[in-house]
Design a protein around this ligand. Structure first.
Ligand code: C5P
Length: 231
């Protein structure tokens, strides 16, 4: 299966997002709706994105007691979403409860675990008691999440090879931090090209500004897909 392309809708208004939805139909299969748009425009917006012809990755990074997360997964089940994130650091009991709720209410939904946010440097990690280096902590959380039933994770493309080697075959690995060769890095520092990420084992890549800020977003998205298809 070629690596799939996901566009994050990091956009403040629906009016600004709609032209992109129209333009990229048939070129980008997935849209990521995160906290910015979900907290502002809610479930109606998720439905509108899905109705525009996209698979929706709802990136809410759930993290609470097991019962509350399970109820949230259940409450989201009428929505046309295909992927949903939760924080793996919520622990095995939270993950198992979420997974049971997902299997009962929305069997086709893929629950993805977030491991260590890339905004966490060594000082931030130590402040919350994570004393290992990031790679070790990411692997520990992913293995814990996998044992508790998660079938996919969000991670940096630089962690993909290690996770692929340490998780069951078929685990989905979704990676942001992607920049086509020659593209502006923006605020991303640990990056890979789409082709390298695909060859390392990313099953999905999340690419925002290289598409949204391009003079021709459709051409930019097509070029990335061509790179993924030939990886
Ligand atoms: O524009 P860009 O390609 O950098 O967008 C990447 C997307 O992935 C953004 O929505 C960003 O918040 C998200 N993300 C990330 N790095 C992570 C997790 C999420 O860049 N570790």
């Amino acid at each position: 299966m070629p690596t799939e392309l996901i566009l994050p809708l990091d956009i403040p208004t629906r009016e600004a997002a709609r032209p992109l939805l129209k333009q990229l139909q048939g070129t980008v299969p997935w849209m990521k709706v995160g906290l910015q748009m979900f907290t502002a425009f809610g479930t109606d917006w998720v439905k509108e994105v899905a109705d525009s012809g996209y698979k929706v990755f709802l990136d809410l990074k759930l993290h609470d007691i097991p019962n509350t997360v399970a109820k949230a997964v259940e409450s989201l089940s009428p929505l046309p979403i295909h992927m949903l994130t939760l924080h793996t650091s919520g622990g095995p009991a939270m993950i198992k409860a979420a997974r049971e709720a997902q299997q009962a209410s929305n069997p086709d939904l893929l629950l993805l675990g977030v491991t260590v946010l890339t905004s966490m440097d060594a000082a931030q990690m130590q402040a919350v008691g994570w004393n290992d280096d990031a790679a070790t902590q990411v692997r520990r959380l992913a293995q814990t999440g996998s044992a508790a039933g998660l079938q996919g994770f969000v991670c940096s493309p630089l962690e993909v090879a290690d996770l692929k080697a340490n998780l069951p075959a078929g685990t989905q690995l979704v990676t942001p931090g992607i920049r086509p060769a020659g593209a502006d890095q923006g605020d991303q520092s640990r990056i890979m090209t789409p082709g390298d990420a695909a060859r390392a084992g990313s099953t999905h890549i999340v690419v925002g500004r290289p598409i949204t800020a391009a003079a021709d977003p459709v051409a930019a998205a097509r070029a990335i897909r061509a790179e993924l298809d030939s990886a």
